[in-house]
Design a protein around this ligand. Structure first.
Ligand SMILES: [Zn+2]
Length: 328
Protein backbone atom coordinates (compact mmCIF):
# COMPACT_ATOMS: atom_id res chain seq x y z
CA UNK A 1 0.00 0.00 0.00
CA UNK A 2 1.97 3.05 -1.22
CA UNK A 3 1.70 6.34 0.60
CA UNK A 4 0.44 9.37 -1.21
CA UNK A 5 3.43 11.31 -2.61
CA UNK A 6 2.38 14.82 -1.58
CA UNK A 7 2.52 14.67 2.20
CA UNK A 8 5.97 16.01 2.81
CA UNK A 9 5.42 19.63 3.75
CA UNK A 10 8.13 20.94 6.09
CA UNK A 11 7.07 21.04 9.71
CA UNK A 12 8.51 22.16 12.98
CA UNK A 13 10.49 19.02 13.83
CA UNK A 14 11.53 18.43 10.25
CA UNK A 15 15.25 19.22 10.62
CA UNK A 16 15.65 17.16 13.81
CA UNK A 17 13.85 14.18 12.33
CA UNK A 18 15.81 14.42 9.11
CA UNK A 19 19.07 14.52 10.98
CA UNK A 20 18.13 11.65 13.33
CA UNK A 21 16.87 9.59 10.38
CA UNK A 22 20.20 10.09 8.60
CA UNK A 23 22.19 9.24 11.73
CA UNK A 24 20.18 6.07 12.13
CA UNK A 25 20.30 4.72 8.58
CA UNK A 26 23.46 6.18 7.10
CA UNK A 27 26.56 5.08 9.00
CA UNK A 28 29.01 7.03 6.85
CA UNK A 29 28.93 10.53 5.46
CA UNK A 30 32.22 10.71 3.56
CA UNK A 31 30.61 9.29 0.42
CA UNK A 32 27.22 8.05 -0.68
CA UNK A 33 25.43 5.83 -3.17
CA UNK A 34 22.92 7.18 -5.63
CA UNK A 35 20.59 5.01 -7.68
CA UNK A 36 20.83 5.29 -11.45
CA UNK A 37 18.94 3.44 -14.18
CA UNK A 38 21.63 0.74 -14.12
CA UNK A 39 22.28 0.36 -10.40
CA UNK A 40 23.92 2.34 -7.65
CA UNK A 41 26.78 4.71 -8.27
CA UNK A 42 29.34 5.56 -5.58
CA UNK A 43 29.67 9.33 -5.24
CA UNK A 44 32.89 10.35 -3.51
CA UNK A 45 31.49 13.49 -1.95
CA UNK A 46 30.09 14.19 1.52
CA UNK A 47 26.55 13.02 2.15
CA UNK A 48 24.65 16.15 3.21
CA UNK A 49 21.24 16.47 4.84
CA UNK A 50 20.14 18.31 1.68
CA UNK A 51 20.70 15.07 -0.24
CA UNK A 52 18.71 13.10 2.33
CA UNK A 53 15.92 15.65 2.01
CA UNK A 54 16.03 15.29 -1.79
CA UNK A 55 15.73 11.54 -1.33
CA UNK A 56 12.61 11.96 0.81
CA UNK A 57 11.18 14.43 -1.71
CA UNK A 58 11.73 11.92 -4.50
CA UNK A 59 14.27 14.04 -6.39
CA UNK A 60 16.87 11.28 -6.20
CA UNK A 61 17.26 7.86 -4.57
CA UNK A 62 20.03 7.15 -2.09
CA UNK A 63 21.45 3.83 -1.02
CA UNK A 64 22.39 3.27 2.62
CA UNK A 65 25.75 1.60 3.08
CA UNK A 66 25.49 -1.01 5.82
CA UNK A 67 28.91 -0.51 7.40
CA UNK A 68 30.78 2.55 8.60
CA UNK A 69 34.44 3.15 7.83
CA UNK A 70 35.40 0.92 10.80
CA UNK A 71 33.19 -1.94 9.55
CA UNK A 72 30.54 -1.43 12.22
CA UNK A 73 26.81 -1.51 11.66
CA UNK A 74 23.84 0.15 13.33
CA UNK A 75 21.25 -2.04 11.69
CA UNK A 76 20.64 -5.46 10.29
CA UNK A 77 18.39 -5.59 7.25
CA UNK A 78 16.81 -8.76 5.91
CA UNK A 79 15.83 -8.55 2.29
CA UNK A 80 12.95 -10.39 0.65
CA UNK A 81 12.52 -9.89 -3.07
CA UNK A 82 9.61 -12.24 -3.60
CA UNK A 83 6.38 -13.28 -1.91
CA UNK A 84 7.82 -16.43 -0.34
CA UNK A 85 10.64 -14.62 1.38
CA UNK A 86 8.38 -11.75 2.35
CA UNK A 87 6.16 -14.28 4.12
CA UNK A 88 9.26 -15.46 6.02
CA UNK A 89 10.03 -11.90 7.11
CA UNK A 90 6.46 -11.39 8.31
CA UNK A 91 6.79 -14.60 10.28
CA UNK A 92 10.05 -13.44 11.85
CA UNK A 93 8.59 -10.04 12.71
CA UNK A 94 5.73 -11.85 14.41
CA UNK A 95 8.05 -14.08 16.41
CA UNK A 96 10.13 -11.09 17.48
CA UNK A 97 7.03 -9.19 18.53
CA UNK A 98 6.03 -12.01 20.86
CA UNK A 99 9.49 -11.65 22.48
CA UNK A 100 9.05 -7.88 22.76
CA UNK A 101 11.94 -7.38 20.34
CA UNK A 102 11.35 -4.40 18.07
CA UNK A 103 11.73 -4.83 14.32
CA UNK A 104 10.45 -2.75 11.42
CA UNK A 105 8.79 -4.07 8.28
CA UNK A 106 9.25 -1.97 5.16
CA UNK A 107 7.05 -2.95 2.25
CA UNK A 108 8.23 -2.55 -1.30
CA UNK A 109 7.10 -3.03 -4.88
CA UNK A 110 7.43 -6.77 -4.37
CA UNK A 111 8.67 -8.23 -1.09
CA UNK A 112 10.30 -5.85 1.33
CA UNK A 113 12.75 -5.47 4.17
CA UNK A 114 12.83 -6.24 7.85
CA UNK A 115 15.03 -3.81 9.76
CA UNK A 116 16.50 -4.43 13.22
CA UNK A 117 18.32 -1.55 14.86
CA UNK A 118 21.31 -2.14 17.12
CA UNK A 119 23.79 -0.17 19.15
CA UNK A 120 26.94 0.23 17.01
CA UNK A 121 28.16 -3.36 16.51
CA UNK A 122 30.87 -4.91 14.35
CA UNK A 123 29.75 -6.16 10.97
CA UNK A 124 30.87 -9.68 11.88
CA UNK A 125 28.76 -9.84 15.05
CA UNK A 126 25.81 -8.19 13.29
CA UNK A 127 25.87 -10.76 10.52
CA UNK A 128 26.34 -13.60 12.95
CA UNK A 129 23.35 -12.38 14.93
CA UNK A 130 21.33 -12.34 11.70
CA UNK A 131 22.35 -15.87 10.76
CA UNK A 132 21.59 -17.18 14.24
CA UNK A 133 18.23 -15.44 14.11
CA UNK A 134 17.31 -17.27 10.90
CA UNK A 135 18.27 -20.57 12.54
CA UNK A 136 16.51 -19.78 15.80
CA UNK A 137 13.18 -19.25 14.05
CA UNK A 138 13.59 -21.92 11.39
CA UNK A 139 13.69 -19.49 8.47
CA UNK A 140 15.34 -19.96 5.08
CA UNK A 141 19.09 -19.59 5.72
CA UNK A 142 19.38 -18.19 2.19
CA UNK A 143 17.49 -15.01 3.11
CA UNK A 144 19.72 -12.08 2.24
CA UNK A 145 21.28 -10.24 5.16
CA UNK A 146 22.76 -6.76 5.12
CA UNK A 147 25.58 -5.99 5.91
CA UNK A 148 26.80 -8.57 3.43
CA UNK A 149 30.41 -8.25 4.61
CA UNK A 150 31.88 -8.90 8.05
CA UNK A 151 34.58 -6.39 7.35
CA UNK A 152 35.26 -3.87 4.60
CA UNK A 153 38.26 -4.63 2.45
CA UNK A 154 38.02 -2.40 -0.61
CA UNK A 155 35.18 0.03 -1.19
CA UNK A 156 32.17 0.80 0.99
CA UNK A 157 30.55 -2.62 0.70
CA UNK A 158 26.89 -3.57 0.59
CA UNK A 159 23.97 -1.17 0.62
CA UNK A 160 20.20 -1.13 0.92
CA UNK A 161 17.91 1.44 -0.68
CA UNK A 162 17.35 4.17 1.91
CA UNK A 163 13.70 3.88 3.02
CA UNK A 164 10.91 6.40 2.55
CA UNK A 165 12.10 7.62 -0.83
CA UNK A 166 10.18 7.34 -4.07
CA UNK A 167 10.68 4.06 -5.90
CA UNK A 168 12.39 4.71 -9.22
CA UNK A 169 10.39 2.09 -11.13
CA UNK A 170 6.92 2.45 -9.64
CA UNK A 171 7.14 6.15 -8.80
CA UNK A 172 5.57 5.32 -5.43
CA UNK A 173 6.62 5.70 -1.87
CA UNK A 174 6.42 2.57 0.28
CA UNK A 175 5.79 2.80 4.01
CA UNK A 176 6.83 0.88 7.05
CA UNK A 177 3.95 -1.33 8.05
CA UNK A 178 2.73 -3.22 11.09
CA UNK A 179 2.04 -6.93 11.32
CA UNK A 180 -1.51 -6.20 10.19
CA UNK A 181 -0.17 -4.84 6.89
CA UNK A 182 -1.33 -1.29 7.66
CA UNK A 183 1.16 1.62 7.52
CA UNK A 184 2.76 2.37 10.90
CA UNK A 185 1.61 5.94 10.40
CA UNK A 186 -0.54 7.44 7.66
CA UNK A 187 1.77 10.18 6.41
CA UNK A 188 5.37 10.29 5.32
CA UNK A 189 6.28 12.85 7.95
CA UNK A 190 4.85 10.70 10.71
CA UNK A 191 6.70 7.71 9.29
CA UNK A 192 9.86 9.81 9.35
CA UNK A 193 9.22 10.73 12.98
CA UNK A 194 8.97 7.04 13.94
CA UNK A 195 11.93 5.87 11.87
CA UNK A 196 14.17 8.69 13.05
CA UNK A 197 14.05 7.16 16.54
CA UNK A 198 13.52 3.43 16.04
CA UNK A 199 13.65 1.13 19.05
CA UNK A 200 16.80 -0.96 19.30
CA UNK A 201 17.04 -4.69 19.78
CA UNK A 202 17.93 -5.28 23.46
CA UNK A 203 21.60 -6.38 23.80
CA UNK A 204 20.49 -9.22 26.10
CA UNK A 205 18.42 -10.66 23.25
CA UNK A 206 21.40 -10.43 20.86
CA UNK A 207 23.64 -12.22 23.37
CA UNK A 208 21.05 -14.89 23.93
CA UNK A 209 20.62 -15.56 20.22
CA UNK A 210 24.38 -15.55 19.68
CA UNK A 211 25.14 -17.96 22.46
CA UNK A 212 22.15 -20.26 22.68
CA UNK A 213 21.38 -20.89 19.05
CA UNK A 214 23.69 -22.96 16.90
CA UNK A 215 23.94 -21.78 13.30
CA UNK A 216 22.48 -24.38 11.00
CA UNK A 217 25.55 -26.13 9.71
CA UNK A 218 25.63 -27.26 6.12
CA UNK A 219 25.16 -31.01 6.10
CA UNK A 220 28.58 -32.52 5.61
CA UNK A 221 28.65 -36.08 4.45
CA UNK A 222 31.51 -37.61 6.40
CA UNK A 223 34.17 -39.16 4.22
CA UNK A 224 34.15 -42.97 4.36
CA UNK A 225 37.47 -42.98 6.22
CA UNK A 226 35.90 -41.17 9.16
CA UNK A 227 35.10 -43.20 12.24
CA UNK A 228 31.46 -44.26 12.12
CA UNK A 229 30.80 -42.43 15.41
CA UNK A 230 28.89 -39.62 13.73
CA UNK A 231 26.41 -41.38 11.52
CA UNK A 232 23.69 -38.76 11.47
CA UNK A 233 23.45 -34.97 11.67
CA UNK A 234 21.43 -35.28 14.88
CA UNK A 235 24.25 -37.24 16.53
CA UNK A 236 26.65 -34.55 15.38
CA UNK A 237 24.36 -31.91 16.82
CA UNK A 238 24.15 -33.81 20.10
CA UNK A 239 27.94 -34.09 20.28
CA UNK A 240 28.36 -30.39 19.49
CA UNK A 241 26.05 -29.54 22.39
CA UNK A 242 28.05 -31.82 24.73
CA UNK A 243 31.29 -30.18 23.62
CA UNK A 244 29.96 -26.70 24.24
CA UNK A 245 28.80 -27.60 27.73
CA UNK A 246 32.05 -29.43 28.57
CA UNK A 247 34.15 -26.27 28.85
CA UNK A 248 33.57 -22.53 28.87
CA UNK A 249 34.69 -20.46 25.89
CA UNK A 250 37.04 -18.58 28.22
CA UNK A 251 38.72 -21.74 29.55
CA UNK A 252 39.08 -23.27 26.14
CA UNK A 253 40.20 -20.21 24.20
CA UNK A 254 42.68 -19.13 26.86
CA UNK A 255 44.62 -22.31 26.15
CA UNK A 256 45.47 -20.79 22.77
CA UNK A 257 45.20 -17.02 23.23
CA UNK A 258 46.69 -14.90 26.02
CA UNK A 259 43.71 -13.07 27.46
CA UNK A 260 43.97 -10.14 29.85
CA UNK A 261 41.65 -9.73 32.84
CA UNK A 262 39.00 -8.17 30.59
CA UNK A 263 39.23 -11.09 28.18
CA UNK A 264 41.06 -9.11 25.47
CA UNK A 265 43.94 -10.50 23.45
CA UNK A 266 45.62 -10.59 20.07
CA UNK A 267 43.50 -12.35 17.48
CA UNK A 268 45.04 -15.64 16.33
CA UNK A 269 43.25 -15.40 12.99
CA UNK A 270 44.61 -12.18 11.53
CA UNK A 271 47.72 -10.03 11.78
CA UNK A 272 46.54 -8.22 14.89
CA UNK A 273 48.32 -5.27 16.51
CA UNK A 274 45.35 -3.93 18.47
CA UNK A 275 44.10 -6.73 20.73
CA UNK A 276 41.00 -7.06 18.56
CA UNK A 277 40.08 -10.39 20.04
CA UNK A 278 37.88 -10.84 23.08
CA UNK A 279 35.98 -13.36 25.13
CA UNK A 280 32.73 -12.42 26.80
CA UNK A 281 32.80 -14.68 29.84
CA UNK A 282 29.26 -14.01 31.02
CA UNK A 283 27.68 -14.58 27.62
CA UNK A 284 30.16 -17.36 26.82
CA UNK A 285 31.35 -16.38 23.36
CA UNK A 286 34.44 -15.01 21.65
CA UNK A 287 34.72 -12.53 18.85
CA UNK A 288 37.20 -10.51 16.85
CA UNK A 289 36.33 -6.85 16.32
CA UNK A 290 38.39 -6.81 13.13
CA UNK A 291 35.94 -9.14 11.46
CA UNK A 292 37.20 -12.68 12.03
CA UNK A 293 33.73 -13.52 13.33
CA UNK A 294 33.16 -15.24 16.67
CA UNK A 295 30.94 -17.64 18.53
CA UNK A 296 31.32 -20.90 20.39
CA UNK A 297 34.36 -23.11 20.96
CA UNK A 298 33.34 -25.00 17.82
CA UNK A 299 33.49 -21.83 15.72
CA UNK A 300 36.87 -21.09 17.30
CA UNK A 301 38.23 -24.53 16.55
CA UNK A 302 36.94 -24.44 12.97
CA UNK A 303 38.92 -21.28 12.35
CA UNK A 304 41.88 -22.67 14.23
CA UNK A 305 41.88 -25.75 11.99
CA UNK A 306 41.46 -23.64 8.87
CA UNK A 307 44.44 -21.49 9.95
CA UNK A 308 46.53 -24.66 10.13
CA UNK A 309 45.39 -25.73 6.67
CA UNK A 310 43.24 -28.55 8.08
CA UNK A 311 39.73 -29.60 7.05
CA UNK A 312 37.52 -27.06 8.80
CA UNK A 313 34.21 -28.80 8.17
CA UNK A 314 31.81 -29.12 11.08
CA UNK A 315 32.27 -32.88 11.41
CA UNK A 316 36.07 -32.78 11.24
CA UNK A 317 36.08 -29.97 13.80
CA UNK A 318 33.85 -31.62 16.38
CA UNK A 319 35.62 -34.95 15.87
CA UNK A 320 38.94 -33.39 16.82
CA UNK A 321 37.38 -31.41 19.66
CA UNK A 322 35.87 -34.59 21.07
CA UNK A 323 39.34 -36.19 21.07
CA UNK A 324 40.73 -33.12 22.88
CA UNK A 325 37.97 -32.72 25.44
CA UNK A 326 36.85 -36.31 25.99
CA UNK A 327 40.10 -38.28 25.73
CA UNK A 328 39.71 -42.00 26.13
ZN1 LIG B 1 40.80 -11.32 13.95
Amino acid sequence: MPLAPDQLAPHEHWEQHLSAFAACFLPRRDCYAQQTSTGYRLVKAPLTLALVRDHLMGKLTLGAYALDTQSHARWLCLDADDETHWAELLKLAGFLATEQVPSYLESSRRGGHLWLFLARTSGAVTRRFGQHLLTAYGLDPQLELYPKQDHLKTGPGSLVRLPLGVHLKSGKRYPFIGLDGMPLAPTIREQLAILSHPKQVPPTFIERILTEVPVSEPVHHPPVTLEPRLPTPSDAHHLSERLKSAISVWDFVSRYVDLDAQGRGFCPFHDDHHQSFGVNASANYWHCWAGCSGGSIIDFWMKFRAARGLDSSFVATITELAQLLFPR
